[in-house]
Design a protein around this ligand. Sequence first.
Ligand SMILES: *Cc1c(COP(=O)(O)O)cnc(C)c1O
Length: 402
Amino acid sequence: MASSADHIATVDRFAAHNYAPLPIVAHSAVGAWITDVEGRRYLDLLSAYSALNFGHSHPHLLAAAHAQLDRLTLVSRAFHHDRMGRFCARLAQLCGKELVLPMNTGAEAVETAIKVARRWGYTVKGVAPGRAVITVMAGNFHGRTTTIVGFSDDPQARAGFGPFTPGFRRVAYADVAALAAGLDEDSVAVLLEPVQGEAGVVIPPPGYLAAVRRLCDERGVLLIADEIQSGLGRTGRTFACEHEGVVPDVYLLGKALGGAILPLSAVVADRAVLGVLEPGSHGSTFGGNALACAVGDAVLDLLESGEPQAAAAALGARWRPQLASLPGVTAVRSIGLWAGIDVDPAYGTAREVCLDLMARGVLAKDTHGATVRLAPPLVIEPADLDGALGRLAEVLAARAPG
Ligand SMILES: *Cc1c(COP(=O)(O)O)cnc(C)c1O
């Protein structure tokens, strides 16, 4: 078997350098544990950015995938298949909505919602042709297509990729007055993350989402909640919006919906919104394929049990005091089993902290230079979580200046 160094050298030589991965080469994984090609074990505290909420190799999800794999995987939406109806019905029910539009990646779900919101604006709200505006938030992350990076304010995500799609207006996050001032008769939707994950687990103050909901109602604007990272149990609820009793007009789901097995995203809304699409107006070759629906259906079994949500809430309460007592940290933001930790620059960069953590068998990811992002699988054993936070405390203490 080739060594980690050999694998990394080959990837460096033949794969485009659009990522800078930590130098760990995964070979297999179960639950919260990854084993590398040399047989070393690591605790996964990233969960593929919450795509692994239910852990690696979840037996129920694997069984569903294996069973479907041998029977039917793909016919395209040109024909019906027998896994689509039940999945859509159950996902609609979970969201309390009428219709589901399955896609593949998160970015595709966002793109779909943009198209739906614009069409809704023209055909239902009566916005003048070509004038629809979607309001987005500073610090947003909604994916990597040209339209989506066009309304990002992250220079790394945008530089050199223009010209960009018009029709977006960016306002400060967690600022109701800024949002109110940014809405006008051309506004069709507000697109936001209820918790900004990529920005470093930025949690808006209590009352913000509820105020946004009221404002959208008053102005006749759709509220689109991108719950691709925040949803499906991560925050201790099925949806992060639930913490404020807020129901958006449109849910965007992805990541964990595919059970860590395949990409599966969805746009979920009532008929009054998603009904603006007619045959031919939107589609995807792989969207809603039989294998994805079978896995998604099994994911819904887990979510309907309430166990992942309860685990996130319980483990989130457990690690709160441990997070608060970490040395060398200037801020901790956490909700459920999800945290952003800002490291005092005197202790090093977040990347350096992640490399030290890796040497101690714990995998986490830095973001924006100084933030370590933690999103363990919701199936992590409490003792393993305690151990990982102990390692993090050791790593930080060892980096103390002076
Ligand atoms: C990851 C993510 C996306 C994009 O999902 P992809 O599957 O990578 O295209 C969109 N929105 C949010 C909030 C995300 O975290």
